[in-house]
Design a protein around this ligand. Structure first.
Ligand code: PEP
Ligand code: MN
Length: 324
């Protein structure tokens, strides 16, 4: 016990022993946030360490009770704003493809355009994205149709060029715990769409957001994109309950990506509507001018026509839910 108390005090904190009949608990007081318990945990006689404070203080409602509104070049995510519809192809494939996609997204009533230039493909033989030329096509298409654009960043070295071309940086599921990337992106004020890791708990998801906030970037929108489960009938399992949970736990807006969550075009409309009913601050869907010939994720992409039909239903639903 003396060693534990000394270790706590060495961290500049106060130790408060609370004797019980079988063991003594030692409360740690005076901490400003999460306490690194690595030295205490391994001391002799320590059975367990229990964190009372969360690893995501700045992302939590305790710290910031008011909901955050995130502005992406005039498009607002958050409470009191109509859910934002982000749409566009999985990958940027050509200037023409991006222009047509943007036209279709705009015509359907989407507010933001997506498209990946740097693609995190599972295998190295799949299309890896056009890189910097792709960013230019995305930016041009967004400008032409008045749609702010979001694209994925995979490496720190891409930060400057993506910030020049895109209104919002996407950190994908595979990089949700790339802590060095999170820290560097956190040093900018560029809006971020942080996707949930495919096996991340809500606590890990919010702790990843905390990395961005802790570095000074509070322009963070979270995105549920489905998680890995035993189920194979869908690409991932859409965990819709995180929407109301995160709304309660965090002040950050949360959107849903029904395309990667399901992997199946047929499921996208209904899960999009379910996400909006659950309280999502937006949805991001894959829309491609010619899904059958898409270089990536065609099976989960809607055609422009299909997107327009869905948008009619979405707008009806949003009216019903009381959004003007
Ligand atoms: C994407 O949105 O293009 C993507 C790769 O999604 P995720 O990181 O969720 O797999
Ligand atoms: Mn995709």
């Amino acid at each position: 016990m003396d060693q534990v108390i000394a270790a706590v005090e060495a961290m500049g904190l106060t130790a408060e022993p609370i004797p019980g009949s079988l063991r003594t608990a030692i409360g740690v007081l005076g901490n400003q946030g999460y306490v690194d318990d690595s030295t205490i945990r391994t001391l002799p006689g320590v059975r367990e360490t229990i964190h009372v404070s969360k690893p995501y203080k700045m992302a939590s409602r305790d710290f910031h009770p008011e909901p955050s509104i995130i502005d992406v070049s005039g498009v607002r995510f958050g409470d009191g704003h109509k859910p934002v519809i982000i749409a566009g192809p999985c990958s940027i494939e050509s200037e023409e493809q991006m222009m047509i996609a943007a036209k279709e997204v705009k015509a359907g009533g989407g507010q933001m355009l997506r498209g990946g230039a740097f693609k995190p493909r599972t295998g190295p033989h799949s299309f890896q994205g056009l890189g910097i030329p792709g960013l230019k096509y995305l930016q041009q298409a967004g400008k032409e149709y008045g749609l702010p654009v979001v694209t994925e960043i995979m490496r720190i070295e891409q930060l400057e060029v993506i910030c020049q071309h895109a209104d919002m940086l996407q950190i994908g599921a595979r990089n949700m715990q790339n802590f060095d990337l999170l820290k560097e992106v956190g040093k900018t004020k560029h809006p971020v769409l942080l996707k949930r890791g495919m096996s991340a708990t809500i606590e890990e998801f919010l702790a990843a957001a905390e990395y961005l906030l802790a570095e000074g970037n509070s322009n963070v929108v979270l995105c549920e994109r489905g998680i890995r489960t035993f189920e194979k009938a869908t690409r991932n399992t859409l965990d819709l309950s995180v929407v109301p949970l995160i709304r309660e736990m965090s002040h950050l807006p949360i959107v849903v990506d029904p395309s990667h969550a399901t992997g199946k075009r047929m499921l996208v409309p209904v899960m999009t509507k379910a996400a909006l009913v659950a309280g999502a601050h937006g949805v991001m869907m894959e829309v491609h001018p010619d899904p059958a010939r898409a270089l990536c994720d065609g099976a989960q992409s809607l055609s422009g026509e299909h997107f327009a039909e869905l948008m009619i239903e979405i707008n009806r639903l949003l009216d019903f839910l009381g959004y003007s």
